[in-house]
Design a protein around this ligand. Structure first.
Ligand SMILES: Nc1ncnc2c1ncn2[C@@H]1O[C@H](COP(=O)(O)OP(=O)(O)O)[C@@H](O)[C@H]1O
Ligand SMILES: [Mg+2]
Length: 584
């Protein structure tokens, strides 16, 4: 006798349910997607006991006709696609026609709905029961009660009520970000948890991600052929210890995708400390035919036809948005006030009539910085502040504080600049730029700089002389334990060359790979920038401080140092007033 038997229909559904209905949040996601597919503009979610006891989703969508009600609960029955062609360019959230059937196999499901064409509502309590008349003004109510009542083994895998609720809440957050135009409410055990009115994206993002994210978020909107990437990306000054604020949507669908996460990770790699995670809400839009959403029943994974192209596009669009100089960040594409961090808000008004010529070359600036004497505070004469909005973004220097910070006055109030960090960032970007443009400009030293060196340093200097030359250094042995530096990059000519060369040799010794210049170039440049940058406790004159501010405004990524720390902060007049409890 044969031992292979067809599985009963219920068991098939229960097996399938394992993939779609792993926890209450997964059920909620399916129900919300159905409501959105039905064109809902407001959706109310009621949960009991983390969604295990009850999930009720009420929407104002198109509704379901009575003759369709039993089919809604049947496996592989859907109103959303009819052919393979439809599947390949699916624009709805659902299309597999199995969510409700799977859910109904492991919970008690009832659907009440009034189709737009009907004068009354109908209810279905289970697939085998008859459809009965019911009371409902419009839309659909789906109730899922007693999840896993018939599969106790699964029920054991559920976490605490609080945890299950937190997962449900996260599902609502994602949907709410994807569809700011739709109003949502969320209630748990009778108490209201979220109440979101239909809004525009900036406002919704503010409600969902919170106030702290906002001042650091840069808007982006990049288009390349059929691809578009838009949303908000946080500068490194706002980073997270986990990935909890990373929202990526592909054609409106929240996804976890390795390719996209990787592209984002790379865009931040150069500016974010390795242990920190970026925060973003990003929407990738493309032709539905270019992406396969039918990879997994839960549909949070996707497969791109042109994976490489997508990766490149996302990486570059993000990198550009994050690197844009401060002055260009001042005019975000969406001219919504919510998008404009306070520090940037006034620079849009106009260009500036410079009160302090920023004409000094960088080199002059660096030299002056290093030649200057040591002192703690250097007051600068108060600058008559142009009231007509013609001042530069970071304003004018008014003092140097303990040789560490520059204080400047701009239209918003007080700007505090970490002198060393800011200078380091400027140098780093300049070094990268100059190396990209060809061999760097070097400065030959009339009298070679001699430094005593260990045997290891001597060896590194000779083994890596080509790499050193590419970076702009000419270093040769001058004796058995002595090196002579004959030239160095012009950009670094003002710094402490001995420390610089020692650190560089140490870096090179650690990574004796032959192609070190390609693989570790930016790390080497960071070392160089760090040693070339103005040290704390150097007195800067007002023109030097102002020159630094102007350089910052022009430099890409100037608002964070190479280690992802901010290089400047704004204290607005309002914030200062608050410090002094001054009513305005
Ligand atoms: N809230 C709702 N409003 C209107 N129709 C719905 C709703 N929920 C489910 N349906 C109908 O039930 C069908 C089956 O739903 P589901 O099992 O989730 O499969 P899918 O969404 O993949 O089509 C849908 O195709 C749709 O026609
Ligand atoms: Mg569905």
């Amino acid at each position: 006798m044969g031992i292979i038997k067809p599985l009963p229909e219920l068991l098939i559904s229960q097996i399938a349910a394992g993939e779609v209905v792993e926890r209450p949040a997964a059920v909620l996601k399916e129900l919300l997607e159905n409501s959105l597919d039905a064109g809902a503009t407001r959706i109310d979610v009621q949960l009991e006991e983390g969604g295990v006891r009850l999930i009720r989703v009420t929407d104002d969508g198109n509704g379901i006709a009575p003759e369709d009600l039993p089919l809604a609960l049947a496996r592989h029955a859907t109103s959303k696609i009819a052919s393979l062609d439809d599947l390949e360019r699916v624009g709805s959230y659902g299309f597999r026609g199995e969510a409700l059937a799977s859910i109904a196999s492991v919970a008690r499901v009832s659907i009440t709905s009034r189709h737009a064409s009907q004068s009354r509502a109908f209810r279905l309590r289970s697939e085998s029961d008859p459809v009965e008349p019911a009371a409902l003004a419009g839309g659909t109510v789906v109730e899922v009660a007693d999840l896993y009542f018939n599969t106790p083994a699964r029920r054991k895998f559920l976490k605490t009520e609080a945890t299950e609720f937190a997962h449900c809440d996260e599902v609502v957050r994602r949907m709410a970000l994807a569809r700011p135009d739709v109003a949502f409410t969320l209630t748990h055990n009778g108490s209201a948890k979220r109440r979101l009115a239909g809004a525009d994206f900036p406002r919704r993002a503010r409600e969902i991600i919170g106030e702290e994210f906002f001042p650091h978020a840069r808007p982006l909107d990049a288009v390349a052929g059929p691809l578009r990437l838009s949303g908000l990306a946080a500068l490194p000054a706002y980073s997270r210890s986990g990935r909890d604020e990373q929202y990526f949507f592909v054609n409106g669908r929240f996804v976890r995708d390795k390719l996209l996460t990787h592209a984002a990770r790379q865009a931040w790699a150069d500016i974010l400390h390795g242990q920190r995670h970026p925060a973003y809400v990003l929407f990738l839009e493309l032709d539905p035919a270019g992406v396969d959403v039918n990879v997994h029943p839960a549909k949070t994974e996707v497969r791109f036809r042109d994976a490489r192209g997508i990766h490149q596009f996302v990486f570059h669009a993000l990198q550009r948005a994050l690197a844009a100089p401060l002055s260009s960040a001042a005019s975000p594409p969406e001219a919504s006030p919510a998008f404009v961090p306070s520090a940037f808000s006034y620079a849009r008004q106009s260009g500036f009539a410079v009160g302090e010529p920023a004409a000094r070359s960088y080199l002059e600036f660096a030299r002056a910085a290093f030649d200057a004497a040591e002192t703690a505070v250097s007051p600068a004469p108060t600058v008559a502040y142009p009231e007509d909005g013609s001042a530069p973004l970071l304003g004018y220097a008014i003092a140097q504080l303990h040789g560490v910070f520059i204080l400047a006055q701009n239209a918003n109030g007080l700007v505090l600049v970490d002198m060393h960090a800011a200078h380091e960032r400027i140098l780093y970007e300049k070094l990268k730029y100059s190396l990209d443009a060809g061999p760097p400009a070097t400065q030959s030293l009339l009298v070679p700089l001699l430094l005593s060196a260990s045997e290891a340093e001597m060896a590194t200097a000779s083994e890596q002389s080509e790499v050193l030359a590419e970076l702009g250094f000419a270093i040769a042995a001058a004796g058995p334990r002595e090196l002579a530096v004959r030239s160095l990059p012009a950009l670094l000519a003002g710094g402490n060359a001995v420390d610089l060369v020692r650190s560089l040799l140490r870096d090179l010794a650690e990574h004796p790979a032959s192609r070190v210049i390609e693989t570790r170039r930016n790390e080497l440049l960071a070392t160089m920038a760090c040693h070339g940058a103005v040290r704390a406790h150097r007195l800067l004159s007002p023109p030097e401080m102002n020159a630094l501010l102007r350089q910052m405004e022009e430099t890409e990524r100037a608002d964070q140092c190479n280690h992802g720390r901010p290089t400047w902060v704004q204290l607005s007049m309002a914030e200062l007033d608050r410090l002094f409890m001054r009513g305005r």
